[in-house]
Design a binder for this molecule. Structure first.
Ligand SMILES: *Cc1c(COP(=O)(O)O)cnc(C)c1O
Length: 384
C-alpha cells in the first residue's frame, strides 16, 4: 500500500472490540493478569501501553524498520539512543547540528565519558580522518538545521558498516513520507515528532526506529529502563497528526519552494539555503535519496540591522522557535535555537547574525509573501 494510505489508516483497524476507527486512548498504567504466568501482553505502561504500541508499530513500518519506540520528546529519544554507548566510546556527528543535541553531547554525555567529534558527515575523508579505535557510531542530520547541508546517507552508511559503526539518522526534517534512511543502510532513526510528524505545534514527542533484532531488543531494554516514554494521550495526538502528514508535507514543500524563489530575487536578501533550489550544493544527492523537500529553510539578509525590525514587523508569521507545524514560524538561530553552540563553531558552519530560519506553514503562499514584503519594507524604511 502507498504511504499516503498507510498514514491515513494508522490504528484504524486495530481495535477489535468495538471497531473504533480512531484507536482509543488507554489511560491506564496497570493491566490485570488473567492468571499466574499469563499476560494480555500488557503489564505496566512504562514497558508497553496499547495506544503507544499502535504508534510505535506505525512508525517502525513507515520507516522500514523492525521496532519503534515513542519517547516524551526528541531529546528523550536521543538520550535513550546515546545510552547504547559506554564510557570511552566516541561518536562522529554532523557539524551543523541541532543545538539541543550538541548540548546533550557536550554538557551531559561528556561527563559519562562519551565523546563526539563534529565533522561534515558528507565528507568521507573527514570521517576517516576523525575516526578513532573507540568510534562506535556516526550521527547524521540531513538536511541539517538551519543550514540545510545534505549528507549522502547510502555512502556514509556503507562506509560505517565496513568499520563496524552504527549509522544513526535524525530524520526530523523530512519524515518517512519524504526520506527513509533505513532503506539506504541506516541502523537507527530518531525523530523529534514535535515537528512535522505531530505537525500542529501542540504535542512534544520523540520517536526511535531500529533495524535488526539485537539492536531492537537492546533499544527496548533502554526505553523501558530509562522510562522517558510517551504518555497515551500524547501518543494518540501524535497519531492524529500523522494521518495528514502527506497532505501537509506537500503543501509545506510547495509554499517553501515559492517563498525561497521570492527571497532569492529580493534585493535585501544575500543568500537562500534550500535544497530544492538547483544551485544548492546538496541538490543532486537530496533529489536522489528523498522524494521531496522539507518546509523549512534559512536565508541570510545583506544587512544584520534589518533582522530586529523584520522580527518585530512580521504579523501572520510568528516570531517563535520550533518548526514543522501548520503555522508559519520564523526564528533567529544565532541567539535562539543555536545559542548553546559556541560562536566559533557557529561561525565555521555559517550560523551568523544575518541568518533567519523560516518554518513555512500551510497558509496560502500569497499571504505569507505579503507578510514578508510588508515586514521587509517596514525594516527598510526604519533604517533610512
Ligand atoms: C527539535 C529537534 C530535536 C529535539 O526534539 P524535541 O522534541 O524538541 O525534544 C532534535 N533534532 C532536531 C533536528 C530537531 O529539530
Amino acid at each position: 500500500m502507498k504511504i499516503e494510505s498507510r498514514l491515513a489508516q494508522i490504528g484504524s483497524i486495530s481495535e477489535p472490540v468495538t471497531g473504533a476507527v480512531s484507536f482509543p486512548v488507554y489511560q491506564a498504567t496497570a493491566f490485570r493478569h488473567p492468571k499466574l504466568g499469563q499476560s494480555t501482553g500488557f503489564d505496566y505502561s512504562r514497558t508497553k501501553n496499547p495506544t503507544r504500541t499502535i504508534l510505535e508499530q506505525a512508525i517502525a513500518e513507515l520507516e522500514s524498520g523492525d521496532a519503534g519506540f515513542a519517547c516524551s520528546s526528541g531529546m528523550a529519544a536521543l538520550q535513550t539512543i546515546f545510552a547504547l554507548f559506554s564510557q570511552g566510546d566516541h561518536l562522529l556527528v554532523s557539524l551543523d547540528l541541532y543545538g539541543g543535541t550538541y548540548r546533550l553531547l557536550e554538557k551531559i554525555m561528556s561527563r559519562f565519558g562519551v565523546t563526539a567529534t563534529y565533522v561534515d558527515t558528507d565528507d568521507l575523508d573527514a570521517l576517516e580522518a576523525n575516526r578513532l579505535p573507540s568510534t562506535k557510531a556516526v550521527l547524521i542530520e540531513t538536511p541539517t538545521n538551519p543550514l540545510m547541508m545534505i549528507t549522502d546517507i547510502e555512502k556514509v552508511a556503507a562506509w560505517a558498516k565496513t568499520h563496524g559503526l552504527l549509522t544513526i539518522v535524525d530524520n526530523t526534517l523530512l519524515t518517512p513520507f519524504l526520506q527513509r534512511p533505513i532503506e539506504l543502510g541506516a541502523d537507527v532513526i530518531i525523530h523529534s515528532a514535535t515537528k512535522y510528524l505531530g505537525g500542529h505545534n501542540d504535542v512534544l514527542a520523540g520517536l526511535i526506529v531500529t533495524k535488526g533484532k539485537e539492536l531492537s531488543e537492546q533499544m527496548a531494554f533502554l526505553h523501558n529502563s530509562i522510562g522517558a516514554v510517551l504518555g497515551p494521550q500524547d501518543s494518540w495526538l501524535l497519531m492524529r497528526g500523522m494521518k495528514t502528514l502527506a497532505l501537509r508535507m506537500e503543501r509545506h514543500e510547495y509554499n517553501a519552494t515559492k517563498i525561497s524563489e521570492f527571497l532569492l530575487g529580493h534585493p535585501m536578501v544575500a543568500e537562500v539555503f534550500y535544497p530544492a533550489l538547483p544551485d544548492h550544493p546538496g541538490y543532486g544527492v537530496q533529489n536522489r535519496q528523498s522524494s521531496g523537500n522539507t518546509g523549512i529553510f534559512s536565508f541570510k539578509m545583506k544587512d544584520a540591522r534589518t533582522i530586529e525590525p523584520i522580527l518585530r514587523h512580521i504579523q501572520l508569521i510568528a516570531f517563535a522557535e520550533s518548526l514543522g507545524g501548520v503555522e508559519s514560524l520564523m526564528t533567529y538561530p544565532a541567539v535562539q535555537t543555536h545559542a548553546d553552540i559556541p560562536e566559533e563553531i557557529r561561525r565555521k558552519v555559517g550560523v551568523d547574525d544575518r541568518l533567519l530560519r523560516f518554518s513555512v506553514g500551510i497558509e496560502h503562499v500569497d499571504d505569507l509573501i505579503a507578510d514578508l514584503t510588508q515586514a521587509f519594507d517596514a525594516a527598510k524604511a526604519e533604517l533610512e
